[in-house]
Design a protein around this ligand. Structure first.
Ligand code: AMP
Length: 469
């Protein structure tokens, strides 16, 4: 995550993948990253080890564009970690691509991070006051400095002492010449799973990566767990005090892939339940249920099934356009929706349409979609959202805009209904959300919907203080 004290926008979402003990480690990591591409499309990177040296290749763009066959051949060795990064364009720079690799007094170390630290700017300022030089603007680099400056003698103790100083969300992979380490923050904000591929150990943000490489799912990496994997086997450490488990509920709503199992439940099944709950809470007489592809599809299936109203794929998505969300300016975003989505007149014309999407952020997408559906001849358009209103930014690794750009932070549902020009608008309630995700547990980080942040935003407080001074 980019460290920016000036705004409260956080900048990236990511996916990580690692493998230890496989003759084609880099190739498998490439495939793993390919299946995690939805978690980050801006840059991709792999670092491998042959036991003596680390080899790295990173680039801007999609996994398939960043790596050629010969790039992968040059990534020697039987262990490797990889990373895909998703960010807003302002911070897009190769220097921020991961895995982040350094040489320090004890050898090489690479790190791949999904999440966002909330005290990294403060820690960085401390290092810089003593003359440390940083190569990137990523919070992840702070972890590397903490490891390098640790007085501990073993790698696991150095990593542990570093992680005890950072606060925020992290699902991390480290690679040295002979060891891979996986770590998940004590709150367990972001997912991270362990798998087995023949004799090798694999770790991935989401289980869809295991399916592609035909690895067996072993278990989730526990919140606060540090897992050390090397030639002696696998050892688990739990060095942190227990805190409440707070996995990110938005992973279920939007971010994770429907074929993944995260936090103990399948994402598709949860999304269908969100849709079913939504139909109970906001029923309406209509002719068809149409999802906003792709994110609204499972919830629309659930809504249609529960309401008995036929499901129709009345909007087609052009799959060759990146997510509109990564476009930096509003002018481009508006344009992006038209490029990406088109309504099927034959399906929509003369119908009362229920449109299902997973969330409304700024409202621009919904407004455009409703206009498009009306232009295709819809008699009525009823917007249904399979999550509660997004009222607060996330500081733990999901890219949401600052509060004032979140339409629901200042406007009522009636105001939003008017703005997006739907006939009616219904959001899922917090209770409905919890009923749908209950299979995965009772406690989540839902700060984007409630403003209840499990960890204080320390960098933010520091920036306020600096402004005050
Ligand atoms: P907006 O036009 O700003 O209201 O964006 C709403 C659309 O963005 C919905 O279709 C969501 O599926 C999608 N969306 C929600 N959250 C995110 C996110 N963090 N990153 C990318 N897209 C998102």
């Amino acid at each position: 995550m980019e460290i920016g004290l000036k705004d409260d926008r956080f900048h990236d979402e990511c996916g990580v993948f690692g493998i230890y003990g496989h003759p084609e480690a880099a190739n498998i990591t490439y495939l793993g990253l390919y299946s995690l591409q939805h978690r980050g499309q801006e840059s991709a990177g792999i670092v491998s080890s042959d036991g003596r040296n680390l080899y790295s290749h990173k680039g801007m763009g999609l996994v398939a564009d960043v790596f050629s066959g010969s790039d992968i051949e040059r990534l020697h060795g039987t262990s490797s970690i990889g990373h895909v990064r998703y960010s807003t364009t302002g911070d897009s720079h190769i220097k921020n691509a991961q895995p982040f690799v350094v040489e320090y007094a004890r050898g090489g170390i690479a790190v791949a991070h999904n999440g966002n630290l909330v005290n990294a700017a403060l820690l960085r300022a401390e290092f810089e006051a003593y003359g440390s030089i940083f190569q990137s603007s990523m919070d992840t680099e702070t972890i590397v400095h903490l490891i390098a400056s640790s007085k501990e003698t073993s790698l696991v103790n150095r990593v542990t002492s570093a992680l005890k100083r950072v606060q925020g969300s992290y699902s991390l992979l480290f690679l040295t010449e002979d060891t891979m380490i996986a770590a998940r923050d004590p709150f367990g904000f972001r997912p991270l799973s362990l798998g087995r591929l023949k004799g090798a150990w694999v770790v991935a943000s989401e289980t869809c990566a295991f399916d592609l490489i035909e690895a067996d799912y072993v278990r989730e990496i526990a919140p606060g767990e540090i897992l050390v994997i090397n030639k002696d086997g696998i050892v688990s450490y739990r060095p942190f005090p227990m805190v409440p488990y707070k996995p990110c509920v938005f992973e279920f709503i939007y971010f994770a892939r429907p074929d993944s199992t995260i936090f103990g439940a399948n994402v598709y099944s949860v999304r269908k339940k969100l849709g079913a709950r939504l139909s109970e809470e906001h029923p309406v007489e209509a002719d068809i249920v149409v999802p906003v592809p792709d994110s609204g599809v499972p919830a629309a299936v659930g809504y249609a099934e529960a309401s008995g109203i036929p499901f129709e794929k009345g909007i087609v998505r052009n799959h060759y356009v990146g997510r509109t969300f990564i476009e930096p300016k509003d002018s481009i975003r508006h344009f992006g929706v038209k490029i990406k989505l088109n309504a099927i007149r034959d399906v929509i014309n003369g119908k009362r349409v229920i449109v299902i999407d997973d969330s409304i952020v700024r409202g621009t997408t919904s407004r455009k979609i409703i206009k498009m559906i009306r232009n295709a001849g819809a008699k009525e358009v009823h917007m249904r959202i399979s999550s509660p209103p997004t009222i607060c930014p996330c500081y733990y690794g999901i890219d949401t805009p600052r509060s004032k750009e979140l339409i629901a932070s200042a406007q009522t549902v009636e105001d939003i209904n008017e703005y997006i020009t739907s006939d009616t608008l219904g959001y899922l309630s917090i209770e409905g959300l919890y009923r749908a995700v209950s299979e995965a547990g009772a406690s989540f980080c839902d700060a984007c919907f409630t403003g209840k942040y499990p960890i204080d935003i320390i960098d933010h407080a520091a920036s306020q203080l600096a402004l005050f001074k």
